[in-house]
Design a protein around this ligand. Structure first.
Ligand code: NAD
Ligand code: DGY
Length: 320
């Protein structure tokens, strides 16, 4: 079996091992591949199995990959694969659904807490001498926010959304959840399902945890932002394409949105002209929610098991 990994570096920058994958077949591991169809096609060549984390597998790429039978997405989100074409060509597509639930939820809450306390900015101020030269024994540079009693609206109440909900509840927050498939057994006196418009109008914080699908693309746009409470906080560590970035930038600048904390951006790595750069109340991190070593190790193990299960005729974690 010929196996190609198109962009292995972020999963394994050197602290994990590819040995178990190498043992399965003739394996070529590229650190990264330019997002250009002709280059991707050339690298896949006559491989039977391909792994991608963020390298797009378009219709043109899949049409050219004559031997391809298995796609292993090295991620939970599989929006980089043209799954309709893969299905039509009978190519099995797998993802890694559970490896990072706790890390990603933890990071969503870290982003929220950063908007509430601005730990990084206050540390920078102290290191720059602002405390030493301050008249009082204490100062703060941003409004400080207590979360207890406030409402978080969670769009996409799947594994990560639910984990975020559990932590938010322990902080004393009320939860409004929106999901395509509500599970009413999760409801309690502080957690209710709601319509998306109820979330927009009632939530103090909106946290995005749905996949990037055609019907979720651009869900945070000018029209929906107008329905939100003044000063709402927006957290996104799902996918950048959920947000129309120009609309969010405008709302951050005019104060309609009080703060945004984003681990994902429409084009990654971020472009220098991204409208969300250099806005004071917008925090951006470089897509690191998934990246604690514990999570990446689980991802690696499951990714390899996905292929061995496929070879054994018992595919697991298939998305189509
Ligand atoms: N930043 C990171 O490092 C990172 C890491 C892992 C996952 N993610 C993102 O998080 C997303 C969620 O992961 P998960 O493990 O919770 O997945 P999941 O499948 O367990 O949950 C997704 C939920 O979204 C719901 N959903 C789907 N379409 C919807 C729609 N149109 N409207 C409302 N809800 C909808 C589903 O019913 C499901 O309950 C992934 O798709 C990925 O994009 C990001
Ligand atoms: O979806 C995921 O799992 C993250 O984006 C890491 O690739």
């Amino acid at each position: 079996m010929k196996i190609v990994v198109l962009d292995g570096y972020c999963l394994n920058p050197g602290d994990l091992s590819w040995d178990d994958l190498n043992a399965i077949g003739e394996t070529v591991i590229y650190d990264r591949t330019e997002y250009i169809d002709s280059i991707i096609i050339n690298r896949i060549g006559d491989a039977d199995a391909v792994y991608t984390n963020k390298t797009p597998l378009s219709k043109a790429v899949l049409d050219a990959a004559v031997n391809l039978k298995f796609i292993g997405v090295l991620a939970t989100g599989y929006n980089v694969v043209d799954t309709l074409t893969a299905a039509a060509k009978n190519i099995t597509v797998t993802n890694i659904p559970t490896y990072g639930t706790d890390s990603v939820a933890q990071m969503a809450i870290a982003l929220l807490l950063e908007l509430c306390h601005h730990v990084g900015a206050h540390n920078t101020a102290v290191q720059n001498g602002e405390w030493e030269h301050n008249n009082d024994w204490c100062f703060w540079k941003y409004p400080l926010i207590e979360l207890s009693g406030k409402t978080i609206g969670i769009l996409g109440f799947g594994r990560i959304g639910q984990a975020v909900g559990r932590i938010a509840q322990s902080l004393g927050m009320k939860i409004l959840a929106f999901d395509r498939f509500p599970n009413k057994t999760f409801e309690n006196d502080r957690l209710k399902y709601a319509s998306i418009d109820e979330i927009f109008s009632q939530a103090d914080v909106i946290s995005l945890h749905c996949p990037l699908f055609p019907d979720t693309t651009g869900i945070i746009n000018a029209e929906n932002i107008n329905k939100m409470k003044n000063g709402v906080f927006i957290i996104n560590n799902s996918r950048g394409g959920l947000i129309i970035e120009e609309d969010l930038a405008k709302a951050l600048k005019n104060g309609k949105v009080g703060g945004a904390a984003l681990d994902v951006i429409s084009t990654e790595p971020i472009k220098g002209n991204n409208p969300l750069l250099n806005i004071d109340n917008c925090i951006i991190t470089p897509h690191i929610s998934w990246a604690p070593k514990e999570s990446r190790q689980r991802l690696m193990n499951i990714a390899i098991k996905n292929l061995t299960c496929y070879i054994a005729g018992t595919p697991q974690n298939t998305v189509i």
